[in-house]
Design a protein around this ligand. Structure first.
Ligand code: AMP
Length: 210
């Protein structure tokens, strides 16, 4: 079983949700570059100040910056046996730079339509405290207060309508070519990602055991 895993797919495809489940299942760390940037922005670190505006506008952080933080993160003890990357690589250039210091075993490509992605992002909410995600289309009425920790539930700044359009444009232009890149290497596994969270997860596990 491969333990160096990349989750690929359009924003809203469920990469984060499935990566978290897979992390619990395998014990491998879930590493999300988006989460790392959001945390840095919230803490106001030099990295955070650099990326905050880019993220709010739905742009992509420079390849050099992303590759550097991923490299640092993967050097840590908990990532030595493997990892689940979510949100990285996002450009062919990032993947090529990455390949200079890591070999990937398997890439899960979660497939959803653009229409479904827009709907999911529009409905996505997150607790600022425990980071639990909700979706108004799946979870029904959502209050302002997190039922798990009491934290405030908000919409991610980059899930607002205009920013979503910019992110999808960037995805189609910059990230989609990665699918072919990994397919050529024979490590891409396509997973239909419009069903229930549990069914999608079963398919992922199934493909992992192949
Ligand atoms: P995500 O949570 O994966 O949607 O990431 C949120 C935002 O962080 C993105 O819209 C980008 O601005 C930035 N980001 C995350 N990962 C990367 C990456 N690999 N390359 C460039 N920008 C990234």
């Amino acid at each position: 079983m491969g333990s160096k895993i990349v989750m690929l797919g359009m924003m809203g495809a469920g990469k984060g949700t499935q990566a978290k489940k897979l992390s619990r299942h395998t014990g491998l760390p879930h590493i999300s570059t988006g989460d790392m940037f959001r945390q840095a922005a919230a803490e106001g670190t030099p990295l955070g100040l650099k990326v905050k505006k880019i993220m709010e506008e739905g742009g992509l952080v420079s390849d050099d910056t992303v590759v550097e933080i991923v490299k640092e993160r993967l050097d840590r003890e908990d990532a030595q046996k493997g990892f689940i990357l979510d949100g990285f690589p996002r450009t062919v250039n990032q993947a090529e730079e990455f390949a200079k210091f890591e070999n990937i075993d398997i890439v899960f490509y979660l497939v959803i339509s653009e229409q479904e992605a827009v709907k999911r992002l529009r409905g996505r909410r997150q607790c600022v405290g425990c980071k639990k995600q909700f979706n108004v289309y799946l979870d029904g009425d959502i209050t302002d207060e997190c039922p798990l920790c009491g934290g405030k539930i908000v919409q991610r700044a980059d899930d607002k309508e205009d920013t979503v359009k910019e992110r999808i444009k960037n995805y189609l232009k910059q990230t989609k070519p990665l699918i072919e890149y990994y397919d050529r290497q024979g490590i891409l596994r396509e997973i239909a990602a419009e069903g229930s969270i549990e069914d999608i997860f079963k398919n992922i596990i199934g493909a992992l055991d192949l």
